[in-house]
Design a protein around this ligand. Structure first.
Ligand code: DC
Length: 216
């Protein structure tokens, strides 16, 4: 039977890392919905115009976002996989994610992508809004300090300049924006299983998700 796994949680909890590994082990497709909000944000920034809701809606109207099997991201036909990972795009993504039109459009696209089944999709509202009937829902968390440390290591490894205290401040702000927005805020679905990854290794989190996936 084809299955759908939803993984939600705040920035830096390890969602994309563990979802990617679980997808490979299960032979599922990995769908990174944060990358889709980031692609919208990049297009908004590339327009060079002052950012407001009407610009965000305009930019989203005819946007084309594609993800391939290797989780590469394409914006209007051009690959933007690395360009969407800068702190500037992270800030803008949190803003575009508040706009109802953007959420509606991306939610539709995400449901279409999941309709093939055997997918693991990560984001903020997958278990609550996008795929409320998912077979397994996981909510991944970790302390702000631990999540900031992970983001810091990730940026450094990619050769970006990084400041740990600043990242911690930004993550706190993004958590607030993501959890307090009116539409589809970051929230744990009632039937999601909570996994606190603060003291767990990646392998331990993957093993636990695979164990849970085996039961559904
Ligand atoms: O997971 P990420 O950092 O790549 O997500 C980028 C932004 O998009 C983040 O501010 C939260 C938002 N987002 C969202 O609102 N809903 C999703 N399903 C995925 C991401």
């Amino acid at each position: 039977m084809k299955k759908i796994i939803a993984v939600d949680g705040p920035a830096g909890a390890g969602k994309s890392t563990v979802s990617k590994i679980c997808a490979a082990k299960l032979g599922y497709t990995y769908i990174d919905t944060g990358a889709m909000y980031r692609a919208v944000a990049l297009k908004v920034l590339q327009s060079g115009k002052p950012v407001d809701d009407s610009l965000i809606v305009d930019v989203t109207r005819d946007i084309r976002i594609e993800l391939d099997e290797s989780a590469r991201v394409f914006l209007d036909g051009r690959e933007v996989t690395t360009q969407i990972r800068t702190p500037e795009v992270s800030r803008a993504a949190s803003l575009v994610a508040k706009v109802g039109y953007v959420r509606q459009k991306l939610t539709e696209l995400q449901r279409q992508m999941a309709s093939r089944g055997n997918v693991i999709m990560d984001g903020r509202d997958i278990g609550t809004q996008v795929l409320p009937n998912a077979d397994l829902k996981i909510f991944l968390t970790a302390t702000v300090a631990e999540r900031a440390r992970r983001r810091f290591d990730e940026l450094k490894a990619k050769g970006h300049a990084a400041d740990l205290a600043q990242i911690e401040t930004e993550i706190t702000l993004r958590d607030k924006q993501d959890s307090e927005r009116e539409i589809a805020p970051l929230a744990q679905a009632e039937d999601a299983i909570l996994l606190d990854t603060t003291r767990l290794t990646i392998d331990e989190v993957v093993a636990e998700i695979l164990r849970l996936a085996g039961k559904v």
